[in-house]
Design a protein around this ligand. Structure first.
Ligand code: C5P
Length: 242
C-alpha cells in the first residue's frame, strides 16, 4: 500500500489524503465503540462489510438523485470520497422507538411511532453528542436555516427509500443517523450525505423475529455481531467472498 498522509482518525474509520485534490480515502477499521467511547471492542471483518454495505447504499441513493460524498470503492477496506466540510450535526430519523429514545420517553422498544421523527445531535465527543434543537443550530451557526432544510429533506428521502429497500429483504429500518457535508464546486455549495450508512449507524431488525442485525448486538452484548453484519450484506446480495 502506498503511504498517504493521514488527515483524521475516528473511532471506526481513518481518512487519508486522496489521489486528486478534493478527494479523500476513507478506510474502514474493525474497531468499534459505544456509549460515547466508554465501551470499546473489535468486530473482526466489520470494516470490510461496512465498506461494501455503505458503497451499495450510497450508490443506490445517488441513482435516485440523493447526493453523497461517495465516489467509488478502492479495495476491501477503502473507498474514495469527495472532500467535504463536515456539518457538526447528526440527524437521526426514527420510525420505531429504540435505544436512547425509548428510554427518554418511557416507551417499550419496538413501539411504532405515529410518524417518522427527526432529531438533531451536536457532534461533540467531550459533550457526548447532546440532543439540540433548530434554535441551537442556527443561533450557534452550526448550520444555516437553508442547510438544515436541505438536510431534513434529504434525510426524509433517504428514510423513505431505505425503508422500502430494507423491507424488500425482510428488514425493518428502525432508525438511523446521517452526517452531512458541504461540497464546494467553484462558488456553488451543495449539501451531501457524508460518513457511512451501515449497521453501525442504522438499527435493522428482522421483520418476522425482531432479531437485531446491527450494532446493538455489540452495545447489548448479544453476541454474533459479525454474523449480523454479514447477514445484512448477504440479504443485500453483496456478501464479499472469503
Ligand atoms: O442511541 P440512539 O437511540 O440515540 O441511536 C439512534 C441511531 O443513531 C441508531 O441507529 C444508532 O446506531 C445511531 N447512532 C450513531 N452514532 C451515535 C449514536 C447513535 O450512529 N453516536
Amino acid at each position: 500500500m502506498t503511504r498517504r498522509r493521514r488527515i483524521y482518525e475516528g473511532k471506526a474509520k481513518v481518512l487519508f489524503e486522496g489521489p486528486e485534490p478534493g478527494t479523500l480515502v476513507q478506510y474502514f477499521k474493525d474497531d468499534t465503540s459505544a456509549f460515547n467511547n466508554s465501551k470499546q471492542g473489535v468486530i473482526t471483518g466489520k470494516g470490510v462489510l461496512n465498506n461494501r454495505i455503505s458503497e451499495y447504499l450510497m450508490s443506490r441513493l445517488s441513482e435516485i438523485g440523493v447526493p453523497t460524498h461517495f465516489v467509488r470503492r478502492l479495495n476491501m477496506r477503502e473507498q474514495l470520497i469527495r472532500e467535504v466540510e463536515i456539518i457538526p450535526i447528526e440527524l437521526v430519523v426514527r420510525n420505531v422507538a429504540a435505544g436512547d429514545f425509548a428510554k427518554r420517553f418511557g416507551l417499550a422498544e419496538g413501539t411504532a411511532l405515529p410518524r417518522s421523527i427527526v432529531e438533531y445531535y451536536y457532534k461533540s465527543d467531550e459533550l457526548g453528542d447532546p440532543l439540540v434543537t433548530e434554535e441551537h443550530i442556527t443561533a450557534f451557526g452550526w448550520a444555516a436555516p437553508q442547510d438544515l432544510d436541505d438536510m431534513v429533506a434529504l434525510a426524509l428521502r433517504v428514510n423513505d427509500y431505505l425503508s422500502g429497500l430494507f423491507l424488500g429483504i425482510g428488514l425493518k429500518l428502525v432508525d438511523f443517523t446521517l452526517e452531512f457535508g458541504r461540497l464546494w464546486e467553484n462558488e456553488d455549495m451543495r449539501i451531501v450525505i457524508a460518513d457511512e450508512i451501515s449497521p453501525d449507524n442504522c438499527r435493522l431488525w428482522d421483520i418476522k423475529t425482531n432479531e437485531k442485525l446491527d450494532k446493538d448486538r455489540f452495545r447489548e452484548d448479544l453476541g454474533k455481531v459479525e454474523e449480523a453484519y454479514q447477514e445484512v450484506a448477504r440479504r443485500l446480495g453483496i456478501l464479499p467472498e472469503g
